[in-house]
Design a protein around this ligand. Sequence first.
Ligand SMILES: [Zn+2]
Length: 422
Amino acid sequence: MYSMTRGVDAKHRDLADRGAEAARVAEQGQAALARIFAEAAAEGMHRVAELASPSSREAELPFRALAAELGAAMNMSDRTVQRRMNDAAVLEESFPATFNAWEEGRIARGHVAVIMEHGLPLTDPDARAEFEAEALIRAEGTTPGRLGASLARLAESLQPRPLAERHKEARASRGACVRDVGDGMAEFSTIQPAVLAHAMHDRITQQARAIRNADPTDTRTLDQIRADLVADMLLTTTPSVETGAGFSDGFGGLGAIRGIVNVTVPALALAGVTDEPAELVGRCPMDPATARQLAGHATGWDRVLADPITGCVLAVDRYTPSADMKRFLRARDQHCRFPGCRQPAHRCDRDHTLDYALGGATDVCNLACLCTRHHTLKGETAWTVRQLGGGVLEWTSPGGHVYIDKPPPAIHFVPNTDPPPF
Ligand SMILES: [Zn+2]
């Protein structure tokens, strides 16, 4: 057990500080390279425009010649260079402030990629500019992974067409395809409504864990077991390992395991009064019709009361210690609360921030979701954490750096000022 008054680990701190500085310099180098690609793209397009009457076959040639020039000098394929020239041109044109922040080393290439991914579908220039300004505020101090989830919701709130309408169209593009990837391997993928895709992935993950727990001699990785399960189920319809016995944790065979997804629906959308999007928690916005359908089949609902402005969870209905506390924590934390981690809450442990043995209360002000990896890190190393109230965690690294991790806002819907219909 490490005491709160221990000294700073100077070697930890030195490595963290030099690492952060080197990463910042590397990002500035990447951004400078992207700026050259953008300039090359502009030059290439200028030369294409100068062609008197280009046939379609010739139209791209000056652009390609320039891409090959850069590629040969950098030991990169000209196709790669051409793609990066196009990307850099789009970044410069559509997200100028993001480009600047990257050049200043304030954000990394991963952040730039998620800002482009979620911002490009916004075709309205005002909406996109609003998105970019807010995205840059959210990007600093968080990982690309967490930023992506937050930006998916932000972009959704700025879309002029309601999600219900777009989802109806998008469902038509569902499908399954196979693609060869070499070495006698191929990738099988399927495009599904998000709620089904996440439920499918969660179900095979639970089954894979059950298999691994039941047989410690199984040396396959979790991913390998997932892949074997998918092949097994798709080719035989039901899992052939479904025996109904041998799972000490009470699973009645793998077939009994159901995928879990957490869905948040605004009360008025659930009642069918409005068409605001629901949310597949921590993943993406979801169309309200699917959410209402799921609600009809759900065995129970937790009503989560959230602050309409900040989105912070204030309370959960039927709150009593134990089961309701778990529901509250799952709603408040959504994922592991170590900085940057996105392991979903239903796969996390509930950690006593101040150890129970040291007098820490079993109370939401002293509990937080931590995945196994970060639970261990907190318990067994010099990383420490304390709660600042409202679910806000303050982590201190062995090197003495302090990181604030706030619970993700649960509800992102602008409150309607009309009186409720019930
Ligand atoms: Zn974690």
